[in-house]
Design a protein around this ligand. Sequence first.
Ligand SMILES: Nc1ncnc2c1ncn2[C@@H]1O[C@H](COP(=O)(O)OP(=O)(O)OP(=O)(O)O)[C@@H](O)[C@H]1O
Ligand SMILES: [Mg+2]
Length: 141
Amino acid sequence: MLRLGLAFGDEAERGGIDAVSQPIFVQGDKDKLKQVFINLVSNACEAIAEGEAVSWLIHVDGSRQTQIKVHNGGKPIPPDVLPHLTKPFFTTKSSGNGLGLASTRRIIEAHNGTLVIESTEENGTTVTVSLPLCELESSVS
Ligand SMILES: Nc1ncnc2c1ncn2[C@@H]1O[C@H](COP(=O)(O)OP(=O)(O)OP(=O)(O)O)[C@@H](O)[C@H]1O
Ligand SMILES: [Mg+2]
């Protein structure tokens, strides 16, 4: 089980994290889920210029799902490239392997989740991971 986040007022405002009043738990392989977020944050950091920010937003709604959004600015991803990003060995980096998003998607889908990548000139790039919340979460106060 992975505890995803706990953010209160000030911390949420400073870090760009949606304020959630309780810890969020997702059932699954802790190391693999950590790898997902390491991959996504690494990609976001690699896409921005020095001084630009990467932000996380953790959202919970009534659907027993959590959405974790990792956002960065920088050059947008062209629409015709977007469908290829999760294919193994697709990379635009001279030193990239092109395996980060392929393995990320595989891990998320193995946890009954989804991965959506959106990118526009105006809004930058947002990668949204949706995962089912662990039932235990409702009993944690
Ligand atoms: N947050 C992002 N912003 C902009 N482009 C991105 C972002 N995430 C991924 N990409 C694009 O998707 C491509 C594939 O990403 P992926 O993580 O699979 O491989 P990689 O980062 O190139 O190499 P590695 O295997 O080392 O992670 C990247 O080369 C980059 O062009
Ligand atoms: Mg990568």
